[in-house]
Design a protein around this ligand. Structure first.
Ligand SMILES: *[C@@H]1O[C@H](CO)[C@@H](O)[C@H](O)[C@H]1NC(C)=O
Ligand SMILES: *[C@@H]1O[C@H](CO)[C@@H](O)[C@H](O)[C@H]1NC(C)=O
Ligand SMILES: *[C@@H]1O[C@H](CO)[C@@H](O)[C@H](O)[C@H]1NC(C)=O
Ligand SMILES: *[C@@H]1O[C@H](CO)[C@@H](O)[C@H](O)[C@H]1NC(C)=O
Ligand SMILES: *[C@@H]1O[C@H](CO)[C@@H](O)[C@H](O)[C@H]1NC(C)=O
Ligand SMILES: *[C@@H]1O[C@H](CO)[C@@H](O)[C@H](O)[C@H]1NC(C)=O
Ligand SMILES: *[C@@H]1O[C@H](CO)[C@@H](O)[C@H](O)[C@H]1NC(C)=O
Ligand SMILES: *[C@@H]1O[C@H](CO)[C@@H](O)[C@H](O)[C@H]1NC(C)=O
Ligand SMILES: *[C@@H]1O[C@H](CO)[C@@H](O)[C@H](O)[C@H]1NC(C)=O
Ligand SMILES: *[C@@H]1O[C@H](CO)[C@@H](O)[C@H](O)[C@H]1NC(C)=O
Ligand SMILES: *[C@@H]1O[C@H](CO)[C@@H](O)[C@H](O)[C@H]1NC(C)=O
Ligand SMILES: *[C@@H]1O[C@H](CO)[C@@H](O)[C@H](O)[C@H]1NC(C)=O
Length: 818
């Protein structure tokens, strides 16, 4: 009875009083939040390029209950209804805001969780602001631009269970004071610049389940104390500089499901204690270089193991043993693990495989049909000794996205079924494929990259339609013939079709490729005049190589329209006419700006290198790494029949590294302006009709280390400078009209030498110029293919999702593929 009375009194109390008491959140907290909103809005106006909508903050208005605002949650159980949760994730969409705007937020001492992730916040973490947050459990400041170091005040937040500072630019060391966070369950610091050793105190965090220090600069050893973290489920130390052995104590972490130590400098073997980790699903030890010893076959008995990456170490495969796989792997990398013989049979029952990398082994034999039928998304078998033809059913797999089998000895024709695949990447280069390429290859609707280079493929190359998504095509070094293929979709960025037998004229259809950056057609049989329409090629074009074809006519003035051009190689043709002075207007060669970082801007999740471009560089054929193209800005017009004078405007090409005009009929004197080519390293004007004196201005060329002026009609004193004095091989100046100077040890008797043409002609046989330019036939360098598409095809599992705009490119690319 009494109880009932009390209860009804309590109910009455609840109904009548509580709503009034808790009508609004505390006034000071409301003010703090409004102050934050105000600071943020001002900061965005001051620093951001695009306005951010600050979605949700429109509900933050004075004279309202801040507990009803979006992004805010109050404590409903306390009559004072303090603010406990703030979810301010991804309010700011671009630009930068200062970390000082956080101060008012941190005054709300009742806060339990605070999510500030993905907001372009810059500056140091205002550590002193955290001292009063005595109930704080979760802090997420990931994906911003916080710098400085981790403030010590964070380590006194004894209630903290989750600390996520990933994807910032925080440096310094990780303090041993981390041990004060006795309740910490998740410590996520990936992608920062933390350095020094991982403090051994890390082992004093009894509740820790997730430790992610991936992609920092931690060095030293993995602390032995990690074996005390008995509740640990994820240990991700990938991509640091950790060395020494993996502690055997790791086997005590019985709940571990992810152990990721790839991309460090670890040594020693795989600890045998890992067999105790029966919950292990992901084991990544890739690319440590130093890991050695035998690959223990008990790994394949770990029932739950799904992802196993061991490639890029010195690990050895036991040829005598046999694997009875108990695990159902989804990802397997055994790159460079010393596998020999046939592709191992035990893979047959790995029916869940999505990703298989067996590259850089000594595998031989054929591509097994059972492997083709396993329906794997990514198959990488490059750099082995596999042979025979490809099973047609390979291309009938519904899952195949990436096939990389370069540098084997596969032969035969590319199967007719190739058109049935939905692969995005096909890399079949440096094999022994022959015959014609099935027309259906142009029907692969998601194909982005096709590399068929260095095979014996012949016939006409199929015509791709305008709907094709192909971005990158390399068919160089084959035996293709017929018209130069020029029909591609508007996504085409790189076309490498050199060293074939393509003939006919330069096709006008290349002008329909608005994104084209790289057009390499050297060593073919293209004839006819250099068409005027060359000026209407994509203004993104950085590389144009037509070396060693049969082109005629003059170089069109309009070529200066190609404002991004950095490499122009028209050597070894039959070009005549004069040198267009508009070449001096090529913007891409006037300013040393780095070329667009990736040749595939929309494929954020890939890093791909194709055949490097081969040009003549310092007396040998040289492959130029595509991403460093700006280092090699060059014009090579040698071995043509060009006439007239060198235009003064050439002196404007300030970022030019190589200018080769040799073996033409160029006359007049060397313009003074060439002394302005401050970056030039190679200047070859030999075998022309140049006369007059060598301009004094050349003494300004301090980078010059190859100079060829032989076989001209130059006269007078060779200019002197520390750089020019070093270029004292007489062949540099041979066969001219009485040059004199210290470099050739001919004293100048008079200040000005008179030309004596007859002498020069007599000398010619003595100093005949040795054509050393076309030296090395092996100029191509095939760059290592490092590719990964998140999901299918990754060097590592996708990092924890980042939710900011920074990743919109990635999302775009994925939707492109799906
Ligand atoms: C923004 O700029 C205005 C004037 O330029 C200045 O008064 C204000 O303090 C700035 N606000 C912030 C948050 O930097
Ligand atoms: C912490 O609380 C004390 C006492 O209420 C106050 O003086 C101080 O300003 C507070 N510090 C911060 C950063 O809010
Ligand atoms: C952090 O960034 C801010 C703003 O960009 C800069 O002023 C400050 O010097 C940086 N601090 C450190 C320690 O790098
Ligand atoms: C490894 O870390 C470096 C910087 O520390 C970064 O540039 C690189 O992209 C990372 N590699 C991978 C594969 O994550
Ligand atoms: C780790 O790096 C720091 C600098 O960040 C250096 O002083 C220290 O010697 C390095 N330690 C080891 C073991 O390499
Ligand atoms: C491992 O995980 C299980 C289930 O989550 C839990 O019951 C057990 O206590 C954990 N073991 C340790 C040592 O934390
Ligand atoms: C494999 O077996 C052969 C002979 O049976 C033996 O000589 C060799 O050492 C064994 N190799 C390994 C790696 O165990
Ligand atoms: C694969 O086959 C082996 C025998 O070769 C067997 O012991 C194992 O259980 C099979 N594994 C799976 C995942 O089916
Ligand atoms: C490649 O395979 C062919 C047979 O198809 C064989 O004659 C040739 O010797 C092999 N080449 C190499 C380098 O193994
Ligand atoms: C390519 O295959 C032919 C026979 O089909 C063989 O004679 C030749 O050696 C192979 N080439 C290479 C590089 O292996
Ligand atoms: C240069 O390009 C523009 C468009 O980018 C075009 O209108 C113009 O005709 C081109 N010039 C020549 C000489 O082709
Ligand atoms: C080069 O550009 C300048 C200014 O843009 C222009 O006046 C000049 O006519 C151009 N020269 C040639 C040869 O196209």
């Amino acid at each position: 009875m009494l109880n009932l009375c009390l209860l009804s009194f309590f109910l009455v109390f609840l109904v009548f009083f509580i709503p009034q008491i808790s009508f609004s959140c505390p006034q000071d907290q409301l003010q703090s939040l409004l102050e934050f909103k105000n600071l943020l809005t001002q900061n965005i106006k001051n620093h951001s390029t695009e306005p951010s909508t600050l979605e949700g903050l429109e509900t933050w208005r004075p004279n309202s209950d801040c507990c009803k605002w979006q992004l805010v949650r109050c404590n409903s159980r306390s009559p004072t209804r303090e603010v406990i949760d703030l979810n301010l994730h991804s309010l700011v969409l671009s630009g930068s805001v200062s970390s000082s705007i956080l101060r008012p937020v941190l005054r709300i001492s009742s806060l339990v969780t605070l999510d500030l992730s993905s907001n372009f916040i810059q500056g140091e973490i205002p550590g002193d602001g955290f001292v009063n947050l005595t109930r704080f459990i979760s802090l997420d400041m990931s994906d911003n631009n916080f710098n400085g170091s981790i403030p010590p005040e964070l380590f006194s937040l004894k209630t903290l269970q989750r600390l996520d500072l990933s994807s910032n630019v925080i440096g310094g060391t990780l303090s041993g004071d981390i041990k004060n966070l006795k309740n910490l369950q998740e410590l996520i610091l990936y992608e920062n610049f933390l350095e020094g050793e991982i403090p051994p105190e890390i082992g004093s965090l009894p509740e820790l389940r997730t430790l992610t220090l991936r992609q920092n600069m931690f060095n030293g050893s993995i602390p032995l104390s990690v074996s005390e973290l008995r509740k640990l489920e994820t240990l991700d130390l990938q991509n640091n500089s950790l060395s020494f052995e993996i502690p055997n104590g790791i086997g005590k972490l019985v709940n571990l499901s992810t152990l990721s130590l790839s991309m460090n400098k670890l040594s020693g073997g795989i600890p045998s204690s890992i067999q105790n980790l029966e919950h292990l699903e992901t084991l990544e030890l890739e690319n440590n270089n130093g890991l050695s010893g035998e690959i223990p076959f008990w790994l394949f008995s770990l029932h739950k193991l799904k992802i196993l990456r061991l490639g890029g170490n010195n690990l050895q495969w036991n040829k005598n043993g046999s694997v009875y796989a108990q695990s159902k792997l989804t990802h397997l990398s055994l790159k460079s693990c010393g596998l020999e013989g046939k592709i191992p049979d035990w893979l047959k029952n790995q029916t869940s495989l999505l990703f298989l990398d067996l590259s850089r082994n000594r595998l031989e034999g054929s591509f097994p049909k059972w492997l083709a039928d396993l329906d794997i998304g990514t198959i990488i078998l490059s750099d082995n000794k596999l042979s025979g033809s490809l099973p047609p059913s390979l291309f009938q797999s519904m899952s195949l996205s990436v096939l990389a089998i370069s540098r084997n000895n596969f032969s035969g024709q590319i199967p007719d079924t190739v058109g049935e695949t939905s692969a995005m990447i096909l890399m079949l280069s440096e094999n022994n494929f022959s015959g014609s390429v099935p027309k259906s290859i142009s029907k692969i609707h998601r194909l982005l990259l096709l590399d068929l280079s260095k095979n014996r493929l012949s016939g006409e190359f199929p015509r791709f339609g305008p709907e094709s998504m192909l971005a990158l095509l390399d068919i160089s070094s084959n035996e293709f013939s017929g018209e130069v293929p020029a029909f591609f979709g508007s996504n085409t960025i790189v076309l490498s079709m050199s060293q074939n037998n393509f003939s006919g004229e330069f096709p006008p259809d290349f002008t329909n490729l608005p994104l084209l950056m790289h057009l390499d057609l050297h060593d073919n049989k293209i004839s006819g005049n250099v068409p005027r329409i060359i000026s209407r090629l994509s203004s993104s074009l950085e590389v144009l190589s037509l070396r060693n074809n049969s082109l005629e006519g003059s170089i069109p003035e309009g070529i200066s329209n190609l404002t991004s051009l950095k490499v122009l190689d028209l050597s070894e043709n039959n070009l005549d006419g004069s040198l267009p002075s508009s070449l001096g207007n090529l913007t891409g060669m006037r300013e040393s700006l780095p070329s667009s970082s990736s040749p595939l801007p929309f494929m954020f999740s890939f890093t791909i290198e194709i055949h490097d471009l081969a040009v003549n560089w310092k007396n040998s054929k040289q492959g130029l790494a595509n991403r460093n193209l700006y280092l090699y800005t060059l014009i090579d017009l040698s071995k043509n029949k060009l006439l007239g004078e060198i235009p003064t405007s050439f002196g404007n090409l300030k970022s030019l590294k190589l200018l080769n005009l040799s073996y033409n009929d160029i006359s007049g004197s060397i313009p003074q302006s060439l002394g302005n080519l401050e970056k030039v390293e190679i200047l070859d004007l030999s075998h022309n009709n140049l006369s007059g004196e060598i301009p004094q201005t050349l003494s300004k060329l301090i980078e010059l280390n190859v100079l060829e002026l032989s076989n001209n009609k130059l006269t007078g004193r060779i200019p002197e400078s520390p750089q020019l004095d070093r270029l004292n091989d007489p062949n540099i100046y041979a066969n001219n009209n009485k040059l004199c100077g210290v470099q050739i040890q001919v004293p100048c008797s008079t200040p000005i030498q008179q030309p004596k043409e007859k002498d020069e002609e007599e000398d010619e046989t003595m100093f005949s110029w040795k054509a050393a330019v076309i030296g090395c036939p092996c100029g191509f360098i095939m760059a290592v293919v490092v590719m990964y598409v998140v999901g299918y095809f990754s060097g590592s599992p996708p990092p924890p999702p980042r939710r900011s705009l920074k990743n919109r490119g990635l999302k775009k690319s994925i939707s492109l593929f799906s």
